[in-house]
Design a binder for this molecule. Structure first.
Ligand code: SF4
Ligand code: SF4
Length: 195
């Protein structure tokens, strides 16, 4: 079973024979590895840990619907509405995602190159908002405003770091949060015309 895609082999949507010296690969991340996965987890996990602590301080039962929502959203729903548009999703050799975010999520949907539809964006943003606002509301109702501020600080820092170091280099141009510049997109599209 593959842990990550072969770093030296162009991705399946790419028409090039080799990645060596590729201009597109300098600005867009086509291959992921343990370092990029660890970078994502370091940025994302602190706010989740604070959310869990905050909910447990009120009552551990508050965790159950949230954990169900997290598993459903990142394991199934987000994969359908957002990741199924990503060139990484198209890899025929893998049955689960091998990227920096959503690593290990199953690819049960079909690959859908092209932009996300309006309802997909609505589901994407609503699901994301629920994941972060649900614990915030519970922490706020318990009157733990210092913890709430720390939680929001980590959420905002996480979004900033993700935007700065990942969204700017992400190959999923369909995602509304993608921040790759036009030149980088053009270079990638030239080599991945069907995406
Ligand atoms: S665009 Fe193609 S050739 Fe360039 S780095 Fe990505 S997979 Fe490799
Ligand atoms: S959109 Fe991001 S998380 Fe989803 S498959 Fe592509 S790289 Fe992975």
């Amino acid at each position: 079973m593959k842990t990550f895609l072969d770093q030296n082999k162009p991705i399946c949507t790419c028409t090039e024979d080799t990645c060596e010296g590729c201009e597109a690969g300098k600005n867009i991340v086509c291959h992921f590895n343990l370092k990029s996965l660890a970078g994502f987890l370091l940025v994302a996990i602190p706010s989740f840990i604070i959310a869990i602590i905050g909910m447990c301080l009120s009552h551990w039962l508050f965790l159950l619907p949230w954990i169900a929502a997290v598993l459903l959203f990142f394991g199934l729903v987000e994969i359908r509405v957002m990741c199924s548009h990503c060139p990484h999703y198209a890899e025929p050799e893998t049955k689960t995602l091998k990227c920096w975010a959503n690593y290990g999520s199953p690819k049960i949907w079909k690959y859908r190159p092209g932009p996300m539809g309006i309802w997909e964006k609505v589901v994407f943003f609503s699901g994301g908002a629920f994941i972060f606002l649900y614990p915030a509301v519970i922490i706020a109702f318990a009157g733990r405003f210092i913890l709430l501020s720390i939680f929001f600080a980590y959420v905002l820092a996480g979004f900033y770091l993700m935007h700065r170091f990942m969204c700017r280099k992400c190959m999923n141009f369909a995602c509304p949060l993608n921040a790759a510049d036009e030149r980088a997109k053009e270079e990638f599209k030239k080599r991945n015309p069907g995406t």
